[in-house]
Ligand binder design. Structure first.
Ligand SMILES: [Zn+2]
Length: 1096
C-alpha cells in the first residue's frame, strides 16, 4: 500500500482532540504521592525513578512473541513524500513539502524490538569492522623494561628546551595568542610536578644497562607476525624532519648499541605506506612493527626508566630503547581508514546497536528509527547485561547528547508533531513519550511501554489498526512511530504557570569602564550591534525575529536605557544602589528591533562618546546579571544576557571578588581551589537565573587575572557560553571577537529547557555532565541550550538487561523556541546488550569514551588533587584494557600489549587528556586559562574533544595545489614535521601555520609576499591576499577549518626555531611535553606495565 495515497484515518494533528479516557494530561507529574521534588515543571518530572524498575502488580512484560515480524530487507521505493499530510495542518512547523523522505519499512526492526528475535552478533552490524582481532603491540613492549619504579621527581621544566624563562618570554611576548595569551605580568613559576611515571628523566639516567634486561622477543609467543621486521636503528632518521637544528640543547641522536636492540629475527623492510610519510608503515589492526632507535630531540627517557639507571657509575649517554612510533596505533590511520570505509554510504539508523562512523568521517544520516549520531553518541553500543560484567570491564556507559544539534543541509530537521490539546501521547506510568519502540497490542487498542512494560490504553483518536506483523498501518505516516528524532508541540500543561510563554529577549550588558573604552572594545561592539541586531534568530519563514532586545551599560553603577520607539532620543537611567538591584523601567527597556531602530542606533552611536573620558576602572559583576535577570522576570519571559566584561569585579557590591590567583598551589592538595568559585554568591544567582530561564553568555576581555572560575559559574549553570580574549586589542582581535559574537547572537537557542533521559528497565541515568543546573537527580535544567552544547549522561545498571530486548534511551527536551513556542524534542536510541565481554569491546567508540573520561576528570579536579584525578584515569584505562586482555584476547605472552580494535587509540588519546592544560599545565598556562578550558570541555561534543585533545596537523605543500580536498593529516609529533614544508595545526580553538626553515623561496613568496624565510613576520595573524594558487589554497583551507568549528580560530604564523614555536609545540601531543607529559610511546609502555600488574 502506498502510504501517500491512503487518507489519514485520523483527524488532522492540529485539530483539537478530546481527552481520552484513562489519560490525564494534568497528571504529568506522575502518580499521586510521587516524591519528586516540586519544580516549575513538576508536571514533567514523571514518577520517582524507582517506579520505572518494577511493573505494578498485574502488569507484566509480554512474553517474547513469535508473531514478531521478520526483518525484511525489501526497500520501499524511495522518494515517497510520506509526510505530506503532516504539512497540512501545520504549515509553519511541518516538514517542507520539498523534503522527500525515503522509506525502508521492511528494514526497520525497531517497531518490534521488544519482542523480536535479535541478532546478537554485533559483527554483523559492523560492515567495516574487522573480526575480533586485537591490536597487538608486542615485540617492543615485550622487551621494554617497564616494571621500573616511578620517577621520584621531575627535572625543571624545559629539559633540553632551554630555560623556563624563555618560555615565559615567548608567551609574554605574544599577548594575543588566543587561548594561551598570557598576561604581561605573568611569571613562569617553577614547575615541580612529581607525578610519577610521567616525569621526564635526565637522559643520562635512562640508559638500559644491559640487553639482558629485555625479554627476548621469542618469549612473546607465537602470535607476533609483525615481529619479523628488521631492526631499524637509524633507519628513517636521515630525513630533514629528524635533523632539525632547533634543539641544540637536546642530546644528539644516538644509535643504540647493538646489545640493547630488540633481537627479533631480521626480515624485509616494512612496506612504505606512502611517499609522503617516509617510514610510515602499513598497520593492520594496530599490529606493531619493529623497534628502532630513539627519537632525536627527545633524548630523555620514557617514564619508569629510572630502574635502568639505578646502577651507579658514570652517566651513560645511551638513549633508552624505544618503540617505533610508526609501529604503534596511529590516530591518522584510524581516521583515514574509517573515512575510506564508511564515508561513502549513508548511516542508516534502522538497526539497533550500530556503531556509527567516527566523528572525523563525513557521512549522511538517514533516520529510520534511532536518533542520529549527531544527536546521541554512546561509549558503547552493546551494553553488558549485568552490572558485574560492567564492573569487570570498567568501560563507562555513557551517552553524549546534543539535543539541538545542527544538521547539514542535506538532512531534515526533526518533524514537529501536533497532537492538539491532548498533547503528546505518553506512557501513563513512566511518562515516556510515544516512540517507534512502543509495542501496540490487542489489535491496536493498547500499547505496551518499551521502557517500563506498562500496558496503556490507546486513546480513541489515536487508534489505528495493525498490519499482519503487528505494526500500525500508519506507522510510517507518523514521525513518533517511525523516526528516532521528532518534536511535539507542547500543550499549556508543559508551560510555566500554565501559561504559554512570551517570546524571549536578549539583553546586551556592556562594561564601559576605563579598560573597555581604552581598548576600543566599546566602540567596536556598539558599531557591530547596529547591524547584528538584524540577524537575531528567527524561526521557519518568519520575516523578523520575535526576540526583543534591551541595553545596559555599567562600571561601578548600572545604566539602563529606554529605547522606546516613540522617543526621539534614548533615555538613560542610572542605578547606583548595586546592593539592591532593581530595574528602573519596564516600558521601553525591552523593544522590538525594527520598531525602535532609530532610537537603538542613536543609543549605540552615543555610548562610546558618553564614556570616552571615563576614569572609572572598577566594575561590578553579579549585580549586572541580577539586573538582567530581574528585567526578564518583570517582562515575564525567558532570554539571554550578553555580558561584555573586562576586569575582576572589585567594586563594593554583591559578588565582589579578590585576586586569589596563586600558582604555588599547582600540584598541591589545594590546587582544586583554583577551579572552585571563591564565593557561593554566584551559584545562588545562577539558580535564580535558571528559574527565570535567563541564560548568560559571557565575553571576557581581561588584561590580568579575572577569576574565570568564579565568573563562569553563572554561564555554566545557565547553559551559556564563555569567550575569553586576553589582552584584547581591536586591531589584533576584532576578527575573532566579532566572528564569535555574530555566531553567538545568531545561533538558535532553546530557552527555559528541561531535559530528561529515560531508559528501559535495567539501566538508568545516574550522572550528568555539561552546562546546566540540577535541583533533583533526574531533571537537567537549562536556562538556555544551543546547538553546540552537549549534555553527557552516564548510566548504571539497576537490574539485569536482556539480550533480546536490548536497552533503550529516550531523551526528552522541553524548551521554548526562539519564537516563543513551547516544544518537546524527543530522541530515541536502542542499544544491544551482551553476555560476552567481547561484544562490548567490539562495539565501543573510543572518541566518545575519551569525551566522557575528559569530562569526568575535569569535574574531578574541583574536588580532588589533580594527581589523584590523573591516576584514576590511568587506572581505569588499564582496567579496561586488562579486562579485554584477560577475557577476550587469544592466549599470548604477558609481554604482549593487546588492544581491542575499537580501543586501540585509547592510550594515545587518554595521554592527551592527561597532559592537557587542566591536568598538567605548562608554565605558560594561566589559572584563568585552565578554568576556561575546563568549563569549555564540559559542554563539548565528541568531534570537538577529539580535535581538541589530538590536534589536526596538515602539511600544505605535499599534495597537489589543484587538489580540492584537505591534505591528509600527519601525526602530531615534531618528528613528522619537515623543515621544507608548511603545516596548519588546529584544535578547534587554536590555529597555527608553521613554516619550516628550509621551505622553498617560491613558497615563501607565494604565501607571504616576502623574498625569504627570515623576512616572514613571526606571529602574523593574517596572510596577505595574493593572486596565486598556493595562497588561494591555503587561505581557503584556513576558512574551511574555521567554518568547521564553533569558535573562530585566530591564525598564528610560527617560524621554525622562532621563540613562538614553543607555543606551537605545546600541541604536538605525541611528543613529551614541556610540562612533563609523557610522549605517546612512553605512555604506551607505562600503560602496558599497568596492565601487566593488573593481570599478574
Ligand atoms: Zn512506561
Amino acid at each position: 500500500m502506498n502510504v501517500n495515497q491512503s487518507a489519514p484515518p485520523l483527524p488532522p494533528f492540529g485539530q483539537s482532540q478530546p481527552v481520552y479516557p484513562g489519560y490525564h494530561p494534568s497528571s504529568y507529574g506522575g502518580q499521586p504521592g510521587s516524591t519528586a521534588p516540586p519544580t516549575p515543571y513538576g508536571a514533567y518530572n514523571g514518577p520517582v525513578p524507582g517506579c520505572q524498575q518494577t511493573p505494578p502488580p498485574g502488569v507484566s512484560r509480554a512474553p517474547p512473541s513469535s508473531e514478531a515480524p521478520p526483518a525484511s530487507t525489501a526497500q520501499a521505493p524511495s522518494g515517497q513524500a510520506a509526510y505530506g499530510q503532516f504539512g497540512q495542518g501545520d504549515v509553519q512547523n511541518g516538514p517542507s513539502s520539498t523534503v522527500q523522505m525515503q522509506r525502508f519499512p521492511g528494514s526497520q526492526p525497531f517497531g518490534s524490538i521488544p519482542l523480536a528475535p535479535v541478532v546478537s552478533q554485533p559483527t554483523v552490524l559492523q560492515p567495516y569492522g574487522p573480526p575480533p582481532t586485537s591490536a597487538q603491540v608486542t615485540a617492543q613492549l615485550a622487551g621494554m623494561q617497564i616494571s621500573g619504579a616511578v620517577a621520584p621527581a621531575l627535572p625543571p621544566v624545559g629539559l633540553g628546551y632551554g630555560p623556563p624563562t624563555s618560555l615565559a618570554s615567548a608567551s609574554g611576548s605574544f599577548p594575543n595568542s588566543g587561548l594561551y595569551g598570557s598576561y604581561p605580568q605573568g611569571q613562569a613559576p617553577p614547575l615541580s610536578q612529581a607525578q610519577g611515571h610521567l616525569g621526564a628523566q635526565p637522559p643520562q639516567r635512562s640508559a638500559p644497562p644491559q640487553a639482558s634486561s629485555f625479554t627476548s622477543p621469542a618469549s612473546g609467543g607465537p602470535r607476533m607476525p609483525s615481529m619479523t621486521g628488521p631492526l631499524l636503528s637509524g633507519q628513517g632518521f636521515g630525513g630533514p624532519s629528524l635533523s632539525q637544528p632547533n634543539h641544540v640543547s637536546s642530546p644528539p641522536p644516538q644509535a643504540l648499541p647493538p646489545g640493547t636492540q630488540m633481537t627479533g629475527p631480521p626480515g624485509p623492510p616494512p612496506p612504505m605506506h606512502s611517499s609522503q610519510q617516509p617510514g610510515y608503515q602499513l598497520q593492520q589492526n594496530g599490529s606493531f612493527g619493529p623497534a628502532r632507535g630513539p627519537q632525536p630531540n627527545y633524548g630523555s627517557s620514557y617514564p619508569g626508566a629510572p630502574t635502568f639507571g639505578s646502577q651507579p657509575g658514570p652517566p651513560q649517554p645511551l638513549p633508552p630503547k624505544r618503540l617505533d612510533p610508526d609501529a604503534i596505533p596511529s590516530p591518522i590511520q584510524v581516521i583515514e581508514d574509517d573515512r575510506n570505509n564508511r564515508g561513502s554510504e549513508p548511516f542508516v539508523t534502522g538497526v539497533r546497536g550500530q556503531v556509527p562512523p567516527l566523528v572525523t568521517t563525513n557521512f549522511l544520516v538517514k533516520d529510520q528509527g534511532n536518533a542520529s549520531p549527531r544527536y546521541i553518541r554512546c561509549t558503547s553500543y552493546n551494553i553488558p547485561c549485568t552490572s558485574d560484567m560492567a564492573k569487570q570491564a570498567q568501560v563507562p556507559l555513557a551517552a553524549v547528547i546534543k539535543p539541538l544539534a545542527r544538521l547539514p543541509p542535506e538532512e531534515a530537521s526533526p518533524y514537529v508533531v501536533d497532537h492538539g490539546e491532548s498533547g503528546p501521547l505518553r506512557c501513563n506510568r513512566c511518562k515516556a513519550y510515544m516512540c517507534p519502540f512502543m509495542q501496540f497490542v490487542e489489535g491496536g487498542r493498547r500499547f505496551q511501554c518499551c521502557f517500563c512494560s506498562c500496558i496503556n490504553d490507546v486513546p480513541p483518536q489515536y487508534f489505528q489498526h495493525l498490519d499482519h506483523t503487528g505494526k500500525r498501518v500508519d506507522a510510517y505516516d507518523r514521525p513518533e512511530l517511525s523516526l528516532g528524532s521528532y518534536e511535539f508541540l507542547a500543550t499549556v500543561d508543559y508551560c510555566k504557570n500554565n501559561k504559554f510563554p512570551s517570546p524571549p529577549a536578549f539583553i546586551f550588558m556592556i562594561d564601559v569602564s576605563y579598560n573597555a573604552i581604552r581598548s576600543g572594545l566599546v566602540r567596536l561592539l556598539c558599531e557591530e550591534l547596529k547591524s547584528l541586531l538584524d540577524f537575531l534568530p528567527r524561526e521557519g519563514g518568519a520575516e523578523e525575529s520575535a526576540i526583543r532586545v534591551g541595553f545596559v551599560t555599567y562600571n561601578k553603577v548600572l545604566h539602563f536605557y529606554n529605547v522606546k520607539s516613540s522617543l526621539a532620543q534614548p533615555q538613560m537611567m542610572v542605578v547606583s544602589d548595586v546592593a539592591d538591584m532593581f530595574v528602573p523601567l519596564l516600558d521601553g527597556f525591552l523593544v522590538n528591533v525594527s520598531e525602535s531602530r532609530a532610537v537603538i542606533t542613536s543609543l549605540l552611536d552615543q555610548i562610546p562618546e558618553m564614556f570616552a573620558d571615563t576614569r572609572e576602572t572598577e566594575t561590578v559583576f553579579a549585580p549586572v546579571i541580577q539586573a538582567g535577570m530581574e528585567a526578564l522576570k518583570a517582562a515575564e519571559c525567558a532570554g539571554k544576557l550578553f555580558l561584555f566584561h573586562t576586569s575582576l569585579p572589585i567594586a563594593e557590591a554583591p559578588g565582589k571578588l579578590k585576586n586569589r590567583d596563586d600558582r604555588k598551589l599547582i600540584n598541591t592538595d589545594k590546587e582544586k581551589t583554583l577551579f572552585q568559585p571563591q564565593t557561593g554568591a554566584y551559584q545562588t544567582l545562577a539558580k535564580e537565573c535558571v528559574a527565570q530561564g535567563c541564560c548568560v553568555d559571557l565575553f571576557l576581555f581581561p588584561n590580568q587575572y579575572v577569576d574565570v572560575a568564579t565568573l563562569s559559574v553563572v554561564p555554566q549553570l545557565t547553559g551559556g557560553s564563555v569567550y575569553k580574549y586576553a589582552c584584547f586589542q581591536v586591531e589584533n582581535d576584532q576578527e575573532r571577537f566579532l566572528s564569535d559574537l555574530r555566531r553567538d547572537v545568531q545561533k538558535v537557542v532553546g530557552f527555559d529547557a528541561v531535559m530528561r533521559v529515560r531508559t528501559s528497565t535495567g539501566i538508568r541515568a545516574v550522572d550528568f555532565f555539561g552546562a546546566f543546573y540540577m535541583s533533583n537527580t533526574t531533571d537537567v535544567e537549562l536556562a538556555g541550550l544551543d546547538g553546540d552544547k552537549t549534555v553527557t549522561v552516564e548510566f548504571k545498571h539497576d537490574d539485569r538487561l536482556n539480550e533480546e530486548s536490548g536497552a533503550l534511551l529516550q531523551c526528552a527536551l522541553l524548551y521554548t523556541s526562539c519564537a516563543g513556542q513551547r516544544r518537546l524534542r524527543i530522541h530515541n536510541l536502542a542499544l544491544n546488550c551482551c553476555t560476552q565481554l567481547a561484544d562490548l569491546y567490539r562495539n565501543c567508540e573510543t572518541d566518545t569514551l575519551i569525551n566522557y573520561m575528559a569530562k569526568f576528570a575535569y569535574r574531578g579536579v574541583l574536588n580532588s588533587p589533580v594527581k589523584t584525578v590523573r591516576d584514576t584515569l590511568i587506572t581505569q584505562c588499564a582496567q579496561i584494557l586488562a579486562c579485554y586482555r584477560k577475557n577476550c584476547a587469544s592466549p599470548s605472552s604477558a609481554g604482549q600489549l593487546i588492544l581491542p580494535e575499537c580501543m586501540k587509540l585509547l592510550p594515545v588519546y587518554l595521554n592527551c587528556v592527561l597532559k592537557s592544560d587542566v591536568l598538567q599545565p605548562g608554565a605558560e598556562v594561566t589559572t584563568d586559562d585552565r578554568a576556561y578550558v575546563r568549563q569549555l570541555v564540559t559542554s563539548m561534543d565528541v568531534a570537538e574533544t577529539n580535535v581538541f585533545f589530538y590536534p589536526r596537523l596538515l602539511p600544505l605543500t605535499k599534495s597537489p595545489i589543484e587538489s580540492a580536498t584537505e591534505p591528509p593529516a600527519v601525526r602530531a609529533s615534531e618528528e613528522r614535521l619537515s623543515n621544507g614544508d608548511i603545516y596548519l595545526l588546529e584544535n578547534g580553538l587554536n590555529l597555527f601555520l608553521w613554516v619550516g626553515a628550509s621551505v622553498q623561496q617560491g613558497v615563501v613568496q607565494s604565501l607571504f609576499s616576502v623574498s625569504s624565510f627570515s623576512q616572514i613576520t613571526s606571529g602574523l595573524s593574517v596572510l596577505p591576499v595574493l593572486d596565486n594558487p598556493l595562497s588561494k589554497k591555503v587561505r581557503g583551507l584556513i576558512d574551511s577549518l574555521r567554518a568547521q568549528r564553533s569558535r573562530y580560530m585566530k591564525l598564528i604564523v610560527v617560524k621554525q626555531e622562532d621563540k613562538l614555536e614553543m607555543l606551537f609545540k605545546h600541541f604536538l601531543v605525541e611528543d613529551k611535553s614541556l610540562s612533563g607529559g609523557a610522549s605517546y610511546v612512553d605512555f604506551l609502555c607505562h600503560m602496558h606495565k599497568e596492565i601487566r600488574q593488573l593481570l599478574s
